[in-house]
Design a protein around this ligand. Structure first.
Ligand code: SF4
Ligand code: SF4
Length: 228
C-alpha cells in the first residue's frame, strides 16, 4: 500500500483547496475538481501549452512556469493564463533573405531589446533567450537558430518582456531561415525523403499507430539518437 501523502493549501484562482503534497499545478487543479480543456497539452513539458503564473507564500514575486512541471508548495497561489498575445506576421519563406533585413521588416520590435535578461530568467527551458535575440539583432541567424532550438513556445519570455518583444516568433523565423538558406544540405535527409516517397516505412508506421501506450513509450525512450 502506498504511503499517505500530506495535504497542503493551494489557492487556485483565489479559492483555497487542499491538495496532495508533491502534486504539479495541473494535477493539483484536477484534484481540486477543475476540468482542464484548454491550456493543457502533452503534460510532459514539451508542448508549451500550460504556461502558468504563481506566487509562493511570503514571496511577493510573480513567477511563471509550466503547470505540468511546477510542483505546488504550501500556500502557493496559482492562476492559469489563457494565452500570450503574440505579434505574428504572415510571410512566404521563399521571398525572404536570411539576414537582419527580414527582421527589420517583419519584427521591428526586436530592436527595442534593452538587454535586461528578464526573458532568459523567465524561460522554463533554460534557454539563453536574450542571447538569441541579440544574435538576431546582429544578423547572426545561425546562432539564433541554434540557441533557440529547444524553445517550446510557451510564451513566458514574451509575457515578461518590458519591450513587448515576442521572442519565440522571432526564434522560429530564425530557425526557418537557417534551415532553408544556411544549413548544410543533408544527404541523409534526401535519402529518407526518397524512402518515404517509396512508402518504405508504411508498415512500420501502421504498427506504431496501433501500439499500446506502454510499448510505444518503451520504443520511444529506447530509440537510437544520432548526433552529428
Ligand atoms: S526581456 Fe525583452 S528587453 Fe529584456 S533582454 Fe529579453 S528581449 Fe530584451
Ligand atoms: S524561449 Fe520563451 S517561448 Fe521559448 S521556451 Fe523559453 S520562455 Fe518559452
Amino acid at each position: 500500500m502506498s504511503a499517505k501523502r500530506e495535504m497542503i493549501d493551494v489557492y487556485i484562482s483565489g479559492e483555497l483547496f487542499q491538495v496532495p503534497e508533491g502534486s504539479t499545478i495541473i494535477s493539483s487543479m484536477e484534484y481540486a475538481g477543475f476540468q482542464l480543456k484548454r491550456g493543457v497539452g502533452c503534460r510532459e513539458g514539451y508542448c508549451g501549452a500550460c504556461a502558468t503564473v504563481y506566487r509562493e507564500k511570503g514571496d511577493y514575486k510573480l513567477k511563471g512556469g509550466l503547470a505540468c512541471q511546477t510542483v505546488v508548495t504550501d500556500g502557493m497561489a496559482v492562476a492559469m493564463i489563457p494565452f500570450v498575445p503574440a505579434e505574428k506576421p504572415t510571410y512566404d519563406l521563399n521571398e525572404l533573405e536570411a539576414d537582419v533585413s527580414t527582421f527589420t521588416k517583419l519584427f521591428p520590435t526586436v530592436f527595442r531589446c534593452v538587454s535586461c535578461n528578464t526573458c532568459t530568467k523567465a524561460c522554463p527551458q533554460e534557454i539563453q533567450v536574450m542571447d538569441y535575440i541579440q544574435a538576431i539583432i546582429r544578423g547572426d541567424i545561425e546562432r539564433a537558430a541554434n540557441l533557440s532550438f529547444d524553445c517550446i513556445r510557451c510564451g513566458l519570455c514574451a509575457l515578461r518582456c518590458p519591450s513587448e518583444i515576442v521572442q519565440y516568433n522571432n526564434a522560429i523565423l530564425a530557425r526557418r531561415l537557417y534551415a532553408k538558406y544556411l544549413a548544410k544540405k543533408s544527404p541523409e535527409l534526401d535519402t529518407r525523403l526518397k524512402e518515404l516517397d517509396e512508402c518504405k516505412y508504411d508498415k512500420e508506421i501502421e504498427e506504431v499507430k496501433n501500439m499500446p501506450k506502454d510499448k510505444l513509450s518503451e520504443k520511444y525512450y529506447s530509440r537510437e539518437i544520432k548526433i552529428s
